[in-house]
Design a binder for this molecule. Structure first.
Ligand SMILES: *Cc1c(COP(=O)(O)O)cnc(C)c1O
Length: 447
């Protein structure tokens, strides 16, 4: 099978790096023909391209380490995680950001070195903190004042000294969706500087016998298409490092995380707005160096926390076209065999996607239709206005940029079977998650 240059493909800018066209004229991913994948694993099917995952992971490591050698990259697990995927990510040299006991359990079951795991959350349950402490999670990121005493007691009971960071809310608006902005004052995440809560929290940690204060964390939201919010946030954090941590509390900030939130393009249009990784890296590291120099504090170790930008572009969702409904003068609906159960993002955030007729990607586009899901909600529309060839029943469509926060937020709504997931590379597909079966639907029932 020969793959033509990906650049001749429509939507090449948002498809995975390995996307191509087979001799038969069909879309290929990782050298695998989409029709063969669909026949073998069924649709909806989620396909992750190994080449794109490797490029993103190594791109983050290389780009940030060139600019700032003392840094690590943590993959934000909530974007997509299962055990084989966790092992793959660990093999790329990344650590992990976890936000629940469940994520920690999956990482532990995958055999990940838990020292590389950072545990976040605005309301970690006592059992989750005990699990993290007992499992040897590298850092716990304290998110509110009350958590200090709770975690100190749990660490004391486990007879360990737990290393911690503090998530500070710097009061910066990252200009993203209201549901995904997290760095502003009116947010449930992080301790604010302005109210004095951040200083009290750091002071309480310094006084806690079973906690070791290592440094500070911020996460402004996601996706962030600008670099300025990182600059603004780091300036606020630097001031806090110098004036509060050093001058008032006498503490060194050995570690700092500017969080994640690096954007990916879901549509070709967004591709033009997307900052290069180099620009994010430069904004973060130049600002931190300049502020450390100006205020005279030692450069901290930094950890980046990309989730979406590692997995987003690598994933493609494949669906089979089904019913067509034309309402003259109003709209044409083309329904597919998935929808909000595997991708809630359009319904939840108004997220925009594009689609491609996967078995004839070069076919001219002929009409604009709504790509509808199959679930019992009028809001179950994957793409409101997709420009496509006239789609036929039983043909495949591919929706690019489906790797992040789709399966991570999936549900069994309408008792849909959760889709299979494959990783593709060099013409081979590896199943990393089978499709659910009916037995899975009642596996938790107690009769
Ligand atoms: C969600 C989250 C991230 C990752 O955000 P992305 O947009 O996926 O990069 C990083 N850090 C924290 C604390 C988060 O909650």
């Amino acid at each position: 099978m020969t793959n033509t240059a990906a650049s001749t493909l429509p939507l090449a800018a948002v498809l995975p790096l390995s996307a191509g066209v087979s001799d038969a004229g069909r879309l290929t991913l990782g050298g695998c023909d989409v029709r063969a994948l669909a026949d073998q694993y069924g649709t909806p099917l989620y396909v992750y391209d190994v080449a794109t995952l490797r490029a993103q992971a190594s791109g983050f490591l290389r780009t940030f380490r060139e600019a700032y050698p003392d840094c690590d990259v943590l993959y934000a697990s909530k974007a997509f995680l299962n055990r084989p995927f966790a092992r793959f990510i660990a093999d790329q040299g990344l650590g992990f950001d976890a936000v629940s006991g469940g994520e920690i359990e999956v990482l532990r079951a995958a055999g990940v070195d838990l020292e590389t795991v950072y545990f976040h959350g605005n309301n970690k349950a006592p059992w989750e903190l005990a699990l993290a402490v007992g499992a040897g999670v590298g850092r716990i990121v304290i998110d509110n004042e009350g958590e200090v005493a709770l975690l100190d007691r749990i660490a004391g009971e486990a007879a360990v000294v737990q290393r911690v960071l503090v998530r500070v809310s710097p009061g910066i608006d990252a200009h993203t969706h209201q549901k995904t902005t997290t760095g502003i004052i009116d947010s449930k995440f992080g301790v604010p500087i302005a109210t004095g809560a951040a200083e009290r929290t750091v002071a309480a940690i310094a006084a806690a016998p079973h906690l070791e204060f290592r440094g500070l964390h911020m996460h402004l939201g996601s996706p962030i298409f600008e670099t300025q919010p990182y600059v603004d946030g780091i300036e606020v954090m630097a001031q806090f490092i110098a004036e509060v941590c050093r001058d008032r509390l006498g503490l060194e900030v050995a570690e700092f995380s500017p969080g994640g939130g690096f954007a990916v393009a879901y549509t070709e249009e967004q591709q033009h707005e997307l900052p290069m990784l180099e620009r994010y890296a430069s904004a973060v590291t130049t600002t931190l160096r300049r502020e450390a120099d100006r205020l005279g504090f030692p450069l901290p170790h930094i950890t980046l926390e990309p989730g979406r930008s590692i997995v987003g572009r690598a994933g493609v969702a494949l669906y089979t076209v089904g019913a067509r409904k034309e309402i003259p003068g109003v709209r044409t609906y083309v329904s597919v065999d998935g929808g909000m159960a595997d991708n809630i993002r359009p319904a939840m955030y108004g997220a925009k996607y594009q689609a491609i007729a996967a078995e004839r990607p070069s076919a001219p586009t002929e009409e604009t239709v709504a790509i509808a899901g199959k679930y019992c909600e009028s809001g179950d529309i994957l793409i409101e206005a997709a420009t496509v060839p006239r789609l036929r029943a039983d043909e495949l469509i591919a929706i690019p940029a489906s790797g992040a926060y789709q399966l991570a937020m999936e549900s069994n709504y309408n008792l849909a079977y959760r889709p299979a997931v494959v990783m593709v590379e060099d013409g081979r597909a590896r199943l990393i998650r089978r499709r659910q079966t009916a037995e899975d639907l009642w596996a938790l029932d107690v009769d």
